[in-house]
Design a protein around this ligand. Sequence first.
Ligand code: G6P
Length: 479
Amino acid sequence: MTASGKADLVIVANRLPVDRVDNPDGTPGWRRSPGGLVSALEPVLRANDGAWIGWPGGTEDDLEPFVEDGMSLVPVHLTAQEIEEFYEGFSNGTLWPLYHDVVAKPEFHREWWDAYVTVNERFAAKAAEVAAKDATVWVHDYQLQLVPQLLRELRPDLRIGFYLHIPFPPGELFQQLPWRRQILEGLLGADVVGFQLAGGAQNFIRLVRQRVGHKTHRDLVYLPDERTVRAAAYPISIDASGFEELARSKAVGERAAEIRRALGNPSKLFLGVDRLDYTKGILARLRAYSELIADGELDVEDAVFVQVATPSRERVEQYIVIREEIEQLVGRVNGDLGRIGRPAISYLHSSYPREEMAALYRAADIMVVTPYRDGMNLVAKEYIACRYDGDGALVLSEFAGAANELRQAWLVNPYDINGMKQALLDANRSTVKERTKRMKAMRKTVVENDVKAWADSFLQELSRVRESHGKPLRPARGS
Ligand code: G6P
């Protein structure tokens, strides 16, 4: 940040990287926020010395900008009603299910939309205030799709990028949205609109042509005001070397051994790590696993499934329902199939620091990631980064963005329970030689395409598009 309190790089995301919590002694404290967006962007903010604008989570207070753990953070206040209508409502009751293949039914309410507009205006105004002249503002995710256009109206000098962390749906689904045109126009306020996969970018370009009527050519949209917008895929990643370093540390190694001991030193440890979300396919994977035990293919005496489910969006109806379903299944499976001191599934409804996650990754023989739809899924990449020993197996859903890059995983269709059972068995019975071959290839992908490479390629593209304003731009090669 500059001396005047303005920043040359501003990250705008619904959540700050830290969440306000109450310490046991009643004083307020900060905890790392959940989800892939924060784990990817935190190193980007640190490397660029920028400012991060976002909602500080569970607090009623209207907070001043502050520095936490070396990061400049600018809070945006949401009222209780806005949390209900903008965050739980339009963001997570309308857009989230709609963009994830309608895995759950999206609800459309006009009051939710009104709150979405109001809160997006507030974020845009805050970004206009914090950004230095000609700064770069990078807006993130589905909660803030109107910000690029609103911000451009306030500050035409800025370079504006937008990145969508979740899938961008096909036209057939997107068109259900009563406010589809406003969302497309909101996004077109950016110079570059980034997606996880090429398919999302193509869906967007097609919709812009059909619904807004702009001319498009490959990955470019030509606006009537001479501006050009590029819409392309930039698959997100993680701080791979940071995770590896953590996994290599003595403390994490010891903790991994301790975890295995506490579980009774099983010969096979299966692991699932997710936000507790109905898109993640947690129920389906636990069902597949428990059927393998019931069938006698796995034995609770030497295999255990550890499922970490991080609390998420706990007041949204569909999240309450999925939590009940998962907890009922875990209870039933452990009641029917467990033995004393040997539950079939060890279920943890909690969030853990990175060190504990790295220890779990190191301890796990088979990582099971089976979402019905997922933008990328960074947990899969974190597991790979932590397996510096070259061992460990990844069972991965074809419907996670990560499946595009991690082709050597045991790929599964989470809707096909028998197929998942077979993949779990195949991974379980694989030889060290086979696992190492697959892991080595996946490690190369994750290490070479880390989060720094992701941020650099997006930000470089943003300067290129912006610099060429007024001049004709050519589509990117290969688009
Ligand atoms: C996903 C989304 C993020 C979101 C995170 C956690 O990763 O892409 O935008 O912040 O989940 O969800 P929450 O609702 O707790 O912010």
